[in-house]
Design a protein around this ligand. Sequence first.
Ligand code: ARG
Length: 278
Amino acid sequence: MRPTPRDASPRRYLMCPPAHFKVTYSINPWMDPTKPVDLPLALAQWEDLRDRYRALGHTVELLEPAPDLPDMVFAANGATVVDGRVLGARFAYPERSDEAAAHLDWFRRNGYPDADVRVPEHVNEGEGDFAVTASWILAGRGFRSSPLALAEAQEFFGRPVIGLELVDPRYYHLDTALCVLDDARDEIMYYPAAFSPGSRTVLERLFPDALVVEEPEAAVLGLNAVSDGRHVLLPQAAVGLFEPLRARGFEPIGMDLSELLKGGGSVKCCTQELRPAG
Ligand code: ARG
């Protein structure tokens, strides 16, 4: 039987071109500063992703890249926007700390009133560690975001925040191990081995119908994906995910972001979702 096709809803994303992308330091196991990066290829791959979003009818806003912030292309880490309200980021490593101000500045210049923008007290790496479902905000911790950021996010957004413990350094951000497929229905996919036993049990309880992903797909960052409710843009190497996604009525779209993978990121890392009010 053919699954019922899903409905896409139009999204607004914030992205930052990898004009100054390089791997000169290593803050996650994917980053090897001795491996060369092909910058023109990185740019072309990123432009493909941006153009694909636009072709699907989504809005892509752009952040100005800064020469001394090579990881700025990973725009998901710069803030979390829910209900039109912005929780700024505070980075765990000094190499990225100045990215937080660049994001805050963008929101202030783009019509977000001060009252809706919070400069965070505790370390959180934006949507790297926060994932928004219909009922909850899921919050990864263990490598980057502080456990204290959970309470801060819950108080600010007024949504229940569920903490999830990450245990494998290759999956250092929540968005490398879990992806929201349908944010109107609490539907996710995730890789269980990236989480502590207790967090795995929490995920099983909250998401009994989740798409459970295996090691080969997780290991190519297949979970670092973006869904609009119907189209799921994901690393093309995660071929094993295409059929399971289609069986649920989703339309997988494989993207090649091989150069950005050298920084430890892929589709989702490059994409911050600006969720509107109401
Ligand atoms: N090099 C970056 C870092 O380690 C990659 C960030 C990837 N972003 C993400 N949302 N997982 O911080």
